[in-house]
Design a protein around this ligand. Structure first.
Ligand code: IMP
Ligand code: MG
Length: 177
């Protein structure tokens, strides 16, 4: 594997404040309602655990795993579901938790699938990182943890070839030049 170093971008301590205010927003927006939180595997698992533990609403949790084949940034045609959600969500408020929204192709495809297949009452999106400058399709990201457009990021659930998901903070992968 190519050699690289990890440059710290956001520490675990710094993340706590962002998580508190994000969850605070969600608690306020859904006050008096119950919520289905769907995490997109695998990247969202750490973020999702931190968000749901800060919610004071009645919450049900599920996960979906999406696989994209073919060339990234080409189209969303090659996206497939390799693990579908298992709890009923028809007529319910749904919050999708995603690690990074980059081109937006993955999420745009999934939001479409969710509406068509399950008819939820509402769907909103909560992303740890929004790389909005790289967006190719216009999708709403309702709750954003951090706006970080540059670099390839790992840690806090994010991986580089399945590595570094377990790092508590967020790091940028810098390749040796
Ligand atoms: P897109 O929005 O369809 O382009 O794809 C977003 C997905 O690409 C995310 O859910 C991540 O799995 C992955 N991804 C994009 N940028 C990064 C990164 O910097 N680190 C790790 N995964 C990334
Ligand atoms: Mg992902």
């Amino acid at each position: 594997m190519e050699s690289y170093e990890l440059v710290p971008i956001v520490t675990w301590e710094e993340l706590q404040g962002r998580l508190d205010s994000l969850a605070g927003e969600i608690n306020r927006d859904y006050e008096g309602e119950s919520l289905i939180v769907i995490g997109i595997l695998k990247g969202a698992f750490v973020f999702m655990a931190d968000i749901v533990r800060r919610l004071s609403l009645p919450v049900e949790v599920d996960f979906v795993r999406l696989a994209s084949y073919g060339q990234k940034s080409e189209s969303s045609e090659e996206i497939k579901i390799t693990k579908e959600i298992e709890i009923p969500i028809q007529g319910r408020h749904v919050l999708i938790v995603e690690d990074i929204v980059d081109t937006g192709l993955t999420l745009s495809w999934y939001l479409d699938h969710l509406q068509k297949s399950f008819k939820p009452k509402s769907v909103k999106v909560c992303a740890l990182i929004d790389k909005s400058e790289r967006r190719q399709v216009d999708i709403p990201v309702d709750y954003v943890g951090l706006h970080l457009d540059k670099g390839f990021l790992v840690g806090y659930g994010l991986d580089f070839s399945e590595r570094h998901r377990n790092l508590p903070g967020i790091y940028e992968v810098r390749f040796a030049s």
